[in-house]
Design a binder for this molecule. Structure first.
Ligand SMILES: [Zn+2]
Ligand SMILES: [Zn+2]
Length: 62
């Protein structure tokens, strides 16, 4: 399973066709911007390969 995550809030989705966050309208990431690792866990905060922090916050923006 691949996930897309929002770098601004806690949103993540397994819908790989979705490009923007439902909450804050940021562009979703489909892989780590540093090393290109894909996200295989829903709710990823740190990249599993390089340890890059992928989110500004893990609290959802209301
Ligand atoms: Zn968001
Ligand atoms: Zn990475």
């Amino acid at each position: 399973m691949r996930y897309r995550i929002c770098p601004e809030c806690a949103y993540s989705t397994d819908d790989v066709t979705q490009d923007t966050c439902d909450y804050c309208k940021s562009d979703l990431l489909d892989c780590c911007p540093v090393c290109g690792q894909v996200f295989q866990e829903k709710g990823t905060i740190y990249c599993s390969r390089c340890g890059n922090k992928l989110r500004i916050s893990w609290v959802p923006i209301q």
